[in-house]
Design a protein around this ligand. Structure first.
Ligand code: GLN
Length: 391
């Protein structure tokens, strides 16, 4: 009997599409375009941590670590949160080291959500949250953030909660908008989670990439937030090592016990030598983080100037390393057509705005550009963008 492939596709993945972000990177690379699509640096990681990784391999840290993370790395994470936020974390019961924040997020959601549960997601949103919810059988309820400041309406947020709400998924500093949720907003969300007995799952991977004096406030540090928070983070963005795939989840012991069950059976554990290098990373001096933010702010300013001078109106991000630009003046059919033209005719890669919306039409006038690049790369993109014409 011939194989009926469709019969072997689970209902969970039937509606999945290829990640548009990674697809754009592939097309951009195939066309030799300057790749400002997928969010990763084109400059080297700090030499101290590269050396630490090589040393760990030479020292034979090459076998499985403890499933939920090597002891030295978990201790370093504890030191890090004590240092930055004065939060005490129990490394034995409140931490799970994962293969990147991506695994942290899906392991947490699979462990904590049930079929039919509702999760609140701020829109536009990083593309993983919908497939993650889908894998759990959970239903996304969207709350709109409106350009150019990407504020949300408190009443709309409140209306999104119901007795079925199990979690809020919040990414701050935010990809793709660059919005940094302030203390009051975080507290409002924590309070609503208390009222409706929900948890708040935060993706905090851009915590140190903040501009204009902004400061990231983890909900875990707020009154009522300690127990209800599931904090997801990773080495990727802070230390420019997106390919290492080392992240972690901090959560209350009972939640952590469930998260560890999923993590254990799905991955066994995160890369052992890279966790060892993570100890060096998490102990870098404060000056490292100050410089990281300052350097990214210069890059933001440069790319905003380049985009604006080529007719792309920007909403200026307060954090993370992306800029959402308005393409409505260019007369393209939609954001995908614009991005394909940009790659093939102009030689610059970007991500169509629609990949960050539940309804494609809401993002059809937007395109996301990444500025985690060398100054030379951004300048080269600038030269090429001057070819962009209004048609
Ligand atoms: N977070 C990065 C981005 O938004 C890359 C992640 C991915 O490959 N999807 O571009």
């Amino acid at each position: 009997m011939p194989l009926t492939a469709a019969r072997f596709q689970s209902n969970r993945v039937v509606d999945f599409k290829e990640s548009v972000i990674r697809e754009m990177t592939r097309i951009a690379l195939a066309h030799g375009a300057v790749n400002l699509s997928q969010g990763y640096p084109d400059f080297p990681a700090p030499v101290e941590i590269k050396d630490a990784a090589s040393q760990a391999i030479a020292d034979d840290v090459n076998q499985y670590s403890i499933t939920w993370g090597s002891k030295p790395f978990r201790n370093a994470i504890v030191d890090y949160y004590r240092h930055f936020y004065k939060v005490e974390i129990d490394p034995e019961r409140e931490l799970t080291v994962c293969c990147g924040a991506t695994e942290g997020m899906i392991s947490a959601m699979l462990a904590l959500l049930n079929e039919g549960d509702e999760v609140i997601v701020f829109e536009p949103f990083y593309e993983n949250y919908w497939p993650d919810s889908q894998l759990c059988g959970a239903v996304c309820k969207y709350v709109t953030m409106l350009p150019p400041t990407w504020q949300f309406d408190y009443e709309e947020l409140r209306r999104a909660f119901s007795s079925r709400t199990r979690a809020v998924i919040l990414n701050s500093p935010n990809n793709p908008t660059g919005r940094v949720f302030n203390r009051e907003e975080m507290q409002l969300i924590v309070d609503l989670c208390e009222e409706f007995d929900a948890i708040i799952i935060t993706d905090e991977i851009y915590e140190h990439i903040v501009f204009d004096g902004e400061k990231h406030v983890p909900p875990m540090t707020l009154p009522g937030g300690r127990q209800r928070s599931v904090l997801v983070n990773s080495l990727s963005k802070t230390y420019s090592v997106t390919g290492w795939r080392v992240g972690w989840v901090v959560a209350d012991p009972e939640l952590t016990a469930s998260i560890r069950k999923v993590h254990d059976f799905v991955t066994v554990g995160a890369p052992a030598p890279l966790q060892q290098a993570g100890v060096t990373a998490l102990h870098l001096p404060d000056s490292y983080y100050a410089e990281l933010g300052a350097t990214y702010q210069q890059k933001r300013d440069l790319l905003v100037r380049i985009l604006e001078s080529n007719g792309l109106r920007c909403s200026v991000p307060k954090g993370a390393y992306y800029i959402m630009a308005d393409i409505s003046g260019f007369g393209f059919k939609d954001d995908l057509a614009f991005c394909l033209h940009l790659i093939k005719e102009v030689g610059v890669g970007a991500v169509p705005g629609s990949s960050f919306f539940s309804r494609a039409e809401d993002g059809r006038n937007m395109v996301r550009f990444c500025f985690a690049k060398k100054i030379e790369t951004l300048e080269l993109a600038g030269e090429r963008l001057s070819k962009l014409f209004r048609n």
